[in-house]
Write a protein that binds this ligand. Structure first.
Ligand SMILES: Nc1ncnc2c1ncn2[C@@H]1O[C@H](COP(=O)(O)OP(=O)(O)O)[C@@H](O)[C@H]1O
Ligand SMILES: [Mg+2]
Length: 261
């Protein structure tokens, strides 16, 4: 057992094509068995961050370090990173669209031989998302957006992740469906997985996360418990839309000048 954070990122810099900074000296920590959120506007670098952790970028960081359970992982291949228990659900959900729900789930168990464990895990994910049982024989591409997100989460759980990373899980979902997805996070977390989610939807994310980072232009500009951030005036105006904030580009610039970070 490690006593430090599960994931520790120290001052990483990720450049696209050796010149476009996407992550600019970014540091953050994720503690075991908690839900962490990274919030930020479009283009902040959230997806780049998750892909960097998963080892999926051609342009992996040249500076800084990423440690998982105390082990440096930023030079490992994506397969090795995934074998350590880091599972990434991309924004497009990464499903096999022409395969059925059941086939997608079976692929989630790839490499596992513990039949009893697999059976328990199927029970767990189908209990979380009963609709997947009903849709079992249906092709993934015929599912609604919410059902696809549920399938992607269920499949990722069958990998038994230590760290489950989700890119914009509520994007494009109707509020009620997004709530179902978010309710599942609490249960997944209780079952022992650590969750790192990135979201533009700050309200949803702060509702479920214990701790959150606010990211802008490749940097962390603010961090705190969800409660602290929910009460922060800048976060309220910029991310939670409280107080009649003007969200037009001009209004956004004005707030950027005024805010405290
Ligand atoms: N493959 C890429 N090549 C070059 N620039 C990229 C690439 N992917 C993203 N970027 C740039 O990096 C920045 C961060 O993008 P991204 O990580 O997708 O942000 P977010 O997920 O927060 O919207 C943006 O300015 C984007 O234009
Ligand atoms: Mg993104």
């Amino acid at each position: 057992m490690t006593s430090g954070p599960l994931l520790k990122i120290t001052s990483i810099e990720t450049l696209y094509y050796d010149r476009i900074y996407a992550l600019y000296g970014l540091s953050l920590e994720v503690k075991e068995k908690e839900i962490f959120a990274v919030l930020g506007p479009n283009g902040a670098g959230k997806t780049t961050l998750l892909k960097t952790i998963a080892g999926l970028l051609k342009d992996q960081p040249k500076k800084g370090a990423i440690e998982f359970q105390g082990k440096h992982i930023h030079r490992l291949r994506p397969e090795s990173i995934s074998r350590l228990g880091i599972v990434y659900v991309p924004e497009d959900r990464g499903l096999f669209r022409e395969l059925t729900v059941k086939e997608n789930l079976d692929l989630g168990c790839w490499g596992r031989r513990d039949r009893g464990g697999i059976k328990d895990d199927f029970e767990f994910v189908l209990g979380l998302f009963p609709v997947l049982k009903v849709r079992s024989g249906q092709q993934a591409e015929t599912l609604s957006g919410g059902e696809q997100q549920m399938l992607a989460m269920a499949r990722s759980m069958l990998h038994r992740p230590k760290l489950l990373m989700l890119d914009e899980p509520s994007l494009g979902l109707a509020p009620l469906v997004a709530h179902t997805v978010y309710d599942a996070f609490s249960q997944i977390s209780k079952a022992g997985a650590t969750i790192l989610l990135v979201e533009q939807n700050a309200k949803m994310a702060l509702g479920v996360a214990a701790f959150a980072y606010i990211m802008e232009s490749g940097r962390i500009v603010l961090e705190g418990t969800s409660r602290e951030l929910t009460e922060n005036e800048d976060v309220k105006e910029l991310y939670l839309g409280v107080g009649g904030a003007d969200i037009s580009p001009k209004g956004w610039r004005l707030y950027r000048k005024r805010r405290t970070w």
